[in-house]
Design a protein around this ligand. Structure first.
Ligand code: CP
Ligand code: NVA
Length: 300
């Protein structure tokens, strides 16, 4: 693995499986942190430009459980001083940087200018920690990845991009079921084409897109930073709501997945997110275990 954790596109299948295996091990040993403190004496800066529940709390708990200390820092990068200067300051005091940024370019600028590891905690383009946690949950429920089909219903956004990077390296299928005009950015579409071996598809048709899915995944229709488009997107995405009718096209034993936060009544109904098929809180729990695995690998 490289010195940073910026994108799943940088990781091989073995590296991703290795992190998920380590996350499983940390999950089994979750109460061992009193004796096991590989980050003892280390500090990690947590820069957040956007709100967060899961990512912030799980990074802070994860750092604590590994024996380190996390310093939370809410800011708008580039406003008070340049992003490279922020990186050159933080590297002098810290052993790592976790960053949730609006622009992916800001994350890359932090990584380029800091000698300590930088971890992507979500950008406008990618959310790699999320998808490793999702994959850990999916494997626990399905016993493996081979031959699984994930139907991602909604926006071809940052979360979808990281799913593309994951599935491109795994013997799985991924179908984006989205309204016209909400396909992934050209870079992600190109990656899917080049590395996806024909296993990554895009359709606008709900029934055929969800047919045979082992997992139906959705995310908010308007991501953080797209609030001004929310009302328009509510109308455009309405036919793509994950409800009982949509779930009926998937396999009977399909799981429902969502990175959260969920907008209940918009992209998903209560009847689906609260059903026995829903594994959304396993995904959320696994954020802790996966991020501990990433920090341990980069800084332990
Ligand atoms: N899924 C996720 O990243 O949640 P937060 O935005 O609350 O961190
Ligand atoms: N696509 C969403 C994910 C939130 C975890 C966003 O960027 O707001």
């Amino acid at each position: 693995m490289t010195n940073d954790f910026l994108s799943l596109a940088d990781l091989s299948a073995d590296e991703m499986i290795g992190l998920i295996n380590l996350a499983d091990e940390l999950k089994r040993k979750r109460d061992d942190h009193v004796a096991y403190r590989p980050l003892e004496g280390k500090t990690i800066a947590l820069i957040f430009e956007k709100p967060s529940l899961r990512t912030r709390v799980t990074f802070e708990i994860g750092i604590f459980q590994l024996g380190g200390y996390g310093i939370f820092y809410q800011t708008r990068l580039g406003e008070r001083e340049s992003v490279p200067d922020v990186a050159r300051n933080l590297e002098r005091w810290n052993d790592g940087i976790v960053a949730r940024t609006f622009s992916h370019a800001s994350l890359l600028a932090l990584a380029d200018n800091a000698s300590v590891p930088v971890i992507n905690a979500l950008t406008d383009k990618e959310h790699p920690c999320q998808i490793l946690a999702d994959a850990q949950a999916l494997r626990m429920h399905k016993g493996g990845f081979d031959g699984l089909k994930v139907a991602f219903v909604g926006d071809g956004n940052n979360v979808f991009a990281s799913w593309v990077h994951f599935v491109a390296r795994m013997p799985m299928q991924l179908t984006l079921v989205c309204p016209e005009g909400y396909e992934p950015c050209p870079e992600v579409a190109e990656f899917a084409k080049k590395h996806g071996g024909g296993r990554i598809q895009i359709t606008h048709d709900v029934e055929s897109g969800v047919a045979g899915a082992d997992a139906v995944y959705t995310d908010v229709w308007a991501s953080m930073g797209q609030e001004a488009e929310a009302a328009e997107r509510e109308k455009i995405f309405a036919p793509y709501q994950v409800n009982d009718h949509l779930m009926s096209f998937a396999r009977k034993d399909a799981v429902f997945m969502h990175c959260l936060p969920a907008h209940r009544g918009s992209e998903v109904t209560d009847s689906v997110i609260d059903s026995p098929q829903s594994i959304v809180f396993d995904e959320a729990e696994n954020r802790l275990h996966v991020q501990k695995a990433v920090m341990l690998t980069l800084m332990g």
